[in-house]
Write a protein that binds this ligand. Structure first.
Ligand code: PFF
Length: 428
């Protein structure tokens, strides 16, 4: 009999998946991208990309995971032994390990900035060096400990507390932010539809952002779905995750951008937005009412810490599941190995911001697009249609009617769209 762990139920699945999805991508990239690329026009394109392209890819990975009941590498061995498709398995384990190595550094920065919130003295932008190493080591260690505790007692329990908490925290910040003087310019920046800003690149940005945000193309959905019971509805889990992720991204936008405009500055993206611009905004708030600045800043960085941690545990779980199932490590040892491996890899990014940028761009633009592309091709063209139907309809119980549409999207639309966008934007 199968002695693998399973998530407790539909809510547990959605919370864990949303935990992976909601992260730095929602906080430091989405708001800026929306603002720069036509506001509501971008958001509309983003929503279409998420549901028409990303969701079918999400489901493809979910089918691979649940059908095989295996970690990402094992899954390909089960579903297509001794073929070139194995590459997908390897890629799906390597990419998240690379991402963890820099993602947890940002986790470390957030811990540091959380502590600085109490004095509102943030010092210089994006710290490098020994203190960062110390804080990111703590962050990585905590994430590995949660994973070591197990799928149910670690990942599921942590996500079930974190996700509702994240929404409460971000809503508190939104309420404060949109009521600041001059905040309405920020609301306009996010929402005013400007179709003149929409070009071919906008689609690439929207799709790339939605891949990253939904944690596609890196073995996470494969691994997490392998813990979903047969009777759970995969389509509902995918929709729930996508909706939660989108809602959080929008809320993050309304938490950050109006406050930035209110301080009279223009928002940027990436580390600069939350570790340079926002600290300035928080110090400004604190100039008139010290405790308000302290409180909003501390709440904000706490949000970043939790959001980053639920994502990093999902990345770590991919490697741990692989070591436990393929190499027969005990869970604790596997977590320790992933800790050591990613810690060493992360040293490069700790001491060089340039390396950090290159590793981030390479893994999040290129590797994950390739992973997502191979996954959708595998399901659409290699797997047996009836097997896919069986998974997506949970043995014929649900979604009978939408299956045809989903299968069409998986087989034709998603791979073609991803290929077109990838080739025109990253290669040509
Ligand atoms: N989805 C997360 C975010 O938007 O920040 C980041 C992430 C987590 C990317 C897990 C990839 C991943 F596998």
């Amino acid at each position: 009999m199968d002695k693998r762990e399973h998530f407790g139920g539909r809510m547990a699945v959605i919370m864990a998946m949303a935990g992976s999805a909601i992260g730095l991508g929602n906080i430091w990239r989405f708001p800026y991208m929306a603002g720069q690329n036509g506001g509501a026009a971008f958001i509309l394109i983003y929503i279409v990309c998420s549901f028409v392209l990303s969701l079918p890819i999400f489901l493809s990975e979910a089918v691979i995971g649940r059908r095989s009941h295996s970690n990402a590498i094992g899954a390909m061995k089960v579903l297509s032994p001794k073929t070139k498709w194995r590459l997908l398995g390897y890629l799906s384990v390597i990419t998240p390990m690379i991402i963890v190595s820099y993602y947890t550094i940002v986790g470390g920065w957030s811990v540091e900035y959380f502590l600085h919130s109490f004095s509102l003295n943030f010092g210089s932008f994006v710290p490098t060096g020994w203190t960062v190493l110390a804080f990111s080591t703590v962050f990585l260690a905590l994430s590995c400990i949660i994973v070591a505790l197990g799928v149910k007692s670690g990942i599921e329990r942590f996500s079930k507390i974190s996700i509702p908490l994240l929404f409460v925290l971000i809503v508190v910040i939104v309420v404060y932010s949109v009521n600041m003087p001059g905040a309405s310019k920020g609301v306009d920046y996010l929402l005013k539809p400007d179709f003149s800003k929409v070009t071919g690149r906008t689609f690439a940005y929207a799709l790339g952002q939605s891949f990253y945000s939904l944690s596609l193309g890196m073995g996470i959905i494969i691994t997490y779905s392998s813990y979903i019971r047969k009777e759970e509805n995969l389509v509902v889990s995918g929709m729930g995750t996508a909706v939660a992720d989108l809602m959080f991204a929008m809320l993050a936008g309304f938490a950050i951008i109006p406050a930035v405009f209110s301080a009279g500055i223009e928002p940027g993206a990436g580390p600069g937005l939350i570790f340079e611009t926002l600290p300035f905004v928080f110090s400004n708030m604190g100039a008139s009412h010290h405790w308000i600045g302290v409180m909003i800043s501390a709440l904000f960085f706490l949000t970043v810490i939790i959001a980053a941690m639920t994502s990093s545990i999902s990345l770590i779980e991919v490697g741990v599941a692989y070591l436990v199932e393929e190499k027969h490590f005990k869970r604790g040892w596997a977590s320790l190995c992933v800790f050591l491996f990613t810690w060493i890899l992360g040293l490069v990014s700790v001491f060089s911001n340039e390396a950090f940028g290159i590793i981030d761009a390479f893994s999040s633009n290129i590797l994950l697009t390739i992973g997502a592309f191979i996954a959708v091709l595998f399901v659409g063209w290699k797997m047996d249609k009836e097997e896919i139907r069986d998974e997506i309809t949970s043995g014929g119980k649900v979604n009978g009617k939408v299956f045809g549409l989903l299968y069409f999207l998986i087989r034709y639309v998603a791979p073609l769209a991803v290929l077109t966008i990838f080739v025109t934007n990253f290669i040509l």
